[in-house]
Write a protein that binds this ligand. Structure first.
Ligand code: MRU
Length: 347
């Protein structure tokens, strides 16, 4: 990765403001949980694993914000911060997974002084970040084995370094294959309406020296028809027990197209993106965002004033369209319900 997406710097959290890319590389130093919640909500930091890490550090900022030495008041304050951070984005389960880890630390150490609980919360957030780096590398290692040489890959949204603490999930597979010397070419879906593909995926792949070509979302079918795509690699925001996948809106389109053209469709995601409490993807909450993102994105009006617009941020890809799910513990193939449960318990 050309840059660090998120890091802890002695009392503050430094993130890249992803709303400014690709034209400006701006770092934000966040010092309070309210600013962190706003940063998550407005996609200054985004991508499922990165949201989880950011929220964990948001809890730490809340712990540092507290003045006083009463452990009960401290726990009450930090619990309110956790609640606030949980109310930012509903779909990526990594957010709730990371907050739950922080909540356990908060309530496990009932008798310890505030200073010590605070230190433990910081250690937990740092652990979540470090684990994510290791997880990215492992997914990259497993996934790279699936790519032919040469390979032309189609990806959607941004599931790269900007969405994680290391080199990404779907893009991590590409980086790993590239590091192994495979000749990789990438087509990046622009990803309307917020253009994470054009702005972020193209930016980080280009900066890493990987051959990347941006396409509009509606060009994918034509490329597949021409035999130009060897496989599709995408990330995930939440995966249900049966392997149904919620990911950036437009992912389902690609899955249907890949199925029709007999192209492998791979989902790359850590176990922190699985929600095994949900039997199917139907129960995954889908974030609805402002219609203005569709009608006047980036301040440019592209539809008549007052017209209705619909803006779900994610869609659901049914498990039968997924060729395999690449995780840090290995590659999961159908039948997903059985194989997800089996791999989940692997150390
Ligand atoms: O709305 P975003 O930009 O947070 O959506 C991100 C995605 O959909 C990614 O594909 C997903 O979080 C996986 S990131 C490794």
């Amino acid at each position: 990765m050309p840059v660090k997406t998120i890091e802890w710097l002695d009392g503050k959290v430094r993130i890249i403001d992803q709303t400014q890319l690709p034209t400006r590389l701006v770092y934000l130093d966040i010092q309070d949980p309210e600013t962190m919640a706003e940063a998550i909500k407005s996609l200054r930091i985004r991508g499922a694993p990165a949201i989880g890490i950011a929220a964990a550090f948001g809890v730490v900022l809340g712990a540092y914000q507290f003045r006083g030495s009463d452990p009960t008041a401290f726990r009450r304050h930090v619990a309110t911060v956790i609640e606030k951070l949980a109310n930012t984005r509903p779909t990526a389960v990594n957010l709730f997974w990371a907050l739950e880890r922080m909540r356990r630390v908060l309530f496990f150490h009932q008798t310890e002084p505030v200073e010590e609980i605070r230190a433990k919360l910081l250690a937990e957030a740092q652990k979540i970040l470090e684990e994510d780096k290791d997880t990215c590398r492992r997914m990259g290692y497993y996934g790279a084995q699936l790519l032919p040489d040469p390979a032309t890959v189609l990806t959607h949204c941004n599931a790269g370094g900007l969405a994680t603490a290391d080199f990404g999930t779907a893009l991590g597979v590409i980086y790993a294959a590239y590091e192994q010397g495979k000749r990789i070419r990438v087509f990046a879906d622009e990803t309307r309406p917020l253009l994470q593909g054009a702005r972020l995926t193209a930016w980080e792949l280009q900066a890493s020296g990987i051959d990347v070509t941006v396409i509009c979302d509606n060009m994918a079918a034509f490329l597949m028809q021409q035999g130009k795509i060897d496989c599709v690699l995408v990330g995930a925001d939440r995966i249900a027990r049966n392997g149904d996948v919620a990911n950036k809106i437009g992912t389902y389109n690609l899955a249907v197209l890949a199925h029709y053209h007999k192209i492998p469709f791979y989902v790359v995601a850590p176990f922190s993106s699985f929600d095994l409490t949900l039997a199917t993807g139907q129960q995954i909450p889908i974030e609805q965002r402002s219609p203005e993102e569709v009608t006047e994105g980036f301040g440019v009006r592209t539809a008549p004033p007052g017209v209705n617009a619909y803006n779900p941020a994610f869609d659901l890809t049914p498990h039968n369209l997924v060729t395999a799910i690449i995780t840090e513990k290995g590659i999961i193939r159908p039948p997903f319900t059985k194989n997800i449960a089996r791999l989940k318990n692997k150390a």
